[in-house]
Design a binder for this molecule. Sequence first.
Ligand code: G4P
Ligand code: NA
Ligand code: NA
Length: 194
Amino acid sequence: MRLLEEKIKTDGRVISENVLKVDSFLNHQVDPSLMNEIGKEFAEIFSNEEITKIVTIESSGIAPAVMAGLHMNVPVIFARKRKSLTLYEGLLSASVHSFTKNETNDISISKKYLNENDKILIIDDFLANGQAALGLVDLVEQANAKVVGIGIVIEKSFQPGAQKLIELGFRVESLARIESLSNGEVLFINEKVK
Ligand code: G4P
Ligand code: NA
Ligand code: NA
């Protein structure tokens, strides 16, 4: 997505070979107009799927997911991150390990918002190792609902998440695909090195 790539180039900051900071429009301050275009793009890409609900994870997945939900006219559910391991009645839970942060979180969704007739689009802001997406897939499948696609705002293609999800048979659609963050520069897939 051209507009998103341009925004990443102008406002993103490469923190290391592995981390891109996009606090000014996605992870802290949010650019509503860009989020609207992102939502429109997801709606177009997945228009041939009969999606009934979108599932994302707090906090940074919510803005793009809600905009996609607006354009697709479907509800948006965000999984909550819980500190406690205590299981509460009526909750579906999964464990998500972050290699980036070296911590494990339990995520959960109330059973009452998912059912076996649902066709789910999973949306998230970043795809790195794929653990968050896999946790969301786990929750959807616990409800006997079907994952029909995974929409990602920024995919770090040099990390293993995208390939892992594709190998599992999921349709993964990422609006920006980063091949490398080397030398302090963002290089998108298919972009020629100058
Ligand atoms: P994974 O789910 O693909 O395995 O990713 P990982 O555990 O590595 O990511 C942990 C958190 O770090 C996630 O946010 C993820 O979105 C974020 N993240 C991963 N790589 C980058 C990056 O290059 N830049 C930025 N800005 N974020 C990255 P989170 O902890 O769930 O936070 P939030 O959703 O509340 O923002
Ligand atoms: Na994030
Ligand atoms: Na996220």
